[in-house]
Design a protein around this ligand. Sequence first.
Ligand SMILES: [Cu+2]
Length: 283
Amino acid sequence: MGPHLLPTLLAFFTPAKGASPNAQDIHTLYVITLVIALIIFFAVEIALGYALIKFRKRKGAVARQTHGDTRLEIGWTAAAAVILLGLAIVTFVKLSSIQDPPNSGPNGASLNELGEQNNLIYASNTRKLPPNGKALEIEVIGRQYIWQFVYPGANEPDGLGAPYSYEELVVPTNTTISLDIVSVDVVHSWWVPELGGKFQAVPGYHNYTWFKVSKPGIFRGQCAFLCGRGHARMIATVKAVPPAQFEAWLARQKQLLAEADHDAQLARAKLNAQTGAGAVENP
Ligand SMILES: [Cu+2]
């Protein structure tokens, strides 16, 4: 038994180590459960091996006939109940920190206030807010077969004019990110293992989750719900960068949008001049 056996086993049987507090808590719960399971597994296997050898068939040996052992039976029932109770307690203790987002760090990015959205009608109203009600809200849109991310900064309530990106979600570190997960076609599933649990993107519904990354890094995910023939290509990458870098990136995205809009207007005007009419509509 090498010294790396236990860590290797734990890594194999548990979800990715968390880069966000919720994912870390999920990981810790798995490790606690797995360690208890491993202890029981080895205890049972060792006892079984011992009994097989010690009480193997021998000449002249007569098996003792028993009809139950009340003390033993009460013992293993009570022990299992105690383990189950222990696991339930640990799980419920951890549950709130998995579900409830914390505040952003003092050096997080500038945030939008989410409290005011409570008067909107959502299919689901289970969005959890940090204690101070502030988080960076990003809309995650699932579509066949790509994830789209819409960042704050829209003038229109439907998201038009808001900066967006495909496949790669850029976020600031030390900032509580609140995700609003939707779908425009079929059911997809948002899952970046290092940043927390899976959440389905269901047409007509909003599902909410959050994460908070302390160090810059890249975290990979994959749509976790078979959504059609392009499902395997439906990957997601979360890139966490320092807040200043995020703000610069967001400003650049807005600028690119404005430029593209400007170019489109020029092209439309040119086309209208060529055809001699104002008939070319916004494509
Ligand atoms: Cu999919």
